[in-house]
Design a protein around this ligand. Sequence first.
Ligand code: UN1
Length: 477
Amino acid sequence: MVNGNLIANEWVEGSMTVADVNPSDLSDVVGEFAVADEAQVDDAIAAAAAAAPGWAATTPAERFAVLERVGLELESRAPELGKQLSREEGKPRAEGVGEVLRASHLFRFFAGEALRIPGEHLRSVRPGVDVDVVREPLGVVGVITPWNFPIAIPAWKIAPALAYGCTVVFKPAELVPASAWSLVDICVRAGLPAGALNLLVGPGRVIGERLLHDPRVSGVTFTGSQVVGARVAGALAARFGKYQLEMGGKNPLVVLDDADLEIAVDCAVQGAFFQTGQRCTASSRLIVTDGIHDRFVDAVVERMRTLRVGHALAGDTDIGPVVSADQLEQDLDYLSVGRDEGADLVHGGARLERETDGYFLEPALFVSTSNEMRVNREEIFGPIATVVRAADADQALALANDTEFGLSAGVCTTSLAHAARFRDQLQAGIVTVNLPTAGVDFHVPFGGTKGSSSGSREQGRYAVEFFTTVKTAYVRP
Ligand code: UN1
């Protein structure tokens, strides 16, 4: 059976399909999905445009009800959908289930936000005149999402879009269409009118490109690479559209001499290797001061030896496979790049054989690296971390900020003074103290500085910025 795309609440097939393959077991096909063609992209945009005035005119209570039903169904089906997510993406089952619950929380949070859309009422500077500042839906929004959070990232873009009265054309990553399909199916059955949410599976060069250039699409929210992010920004800026970009990271975790070693090791191992390092918030640069460096490296390696890499659905797996052949090749390339640059691989990096044929890679740690090396400048997006030695806290801070990215940054310390200083001076949209750089809450803003993000923040009540435009009304009664 082929799973169709959704256009105006009709599931439609196309001339081509894509197979959703389990990276833990290449013989296991999760499903076949219809690939949308150019005409279908046009149909989906037309459907979203036609639905926009009607959806914008619904009451907050109607939108609350639909989003809440979505949240509740996600919660009740979390075991099943989490298993499906782990099967298609490769993160361990508990993390897959956790991600579905996160999507449920996001829908319920934004159900509430639909009731709380902010506005202002002021007296004009002119006598007898009132001013209302109101938020109106942006219109049709293109939602383009990556493969590493197959349901949470779509949820944190689609839920606010719908809550604030926008209609959506959703293009998920081709590697993970099953979670996207399930989410859209749930949304439609929860009572969305035709055209409010449309699903298009297929390649970015066909679907993404048309979304970027079609004037009926008022804005695009995108999570993915910087290269594609630049295309999104260029196309939208050229037609004065709105864009919101979440791109890569090269997130530093600073470990200072006075850190609690156990906490620091936990943060590093969690942040760098869990979810196979495939998070834009991953702690990929471990910046460690002299006095604790050797003890820290020894303890991290000791912990790495205990990590079980295997099939995402096996009960004892800590780290699942890399998501795809292309990503595995990129990871292996970076392992060679690091060695060629003179970094010292103290643990891991081997391709692992398991009972099933999958993309298993042993988490790897480079030490004796300099911050100038490519392995410290470019996002790897795999289970590979580096250690950079720093003389003291001042140098550690300078190294942490010496990057073109600025998504997340952490420090491990028991000193209140260091904690406060790093919180203030780390250049990143997210700063953590004695916590991993990855694994964020759903009710507060998410996003970065410098080359990591562009446009307003995602999540929390800050999401209102992207999905609405402000109207200032002057009224003389
Ligand atoms: C998290 O660390 O919990 O693609 C979220 C990513 C981010 C989301 C990270 N957009 O990794």
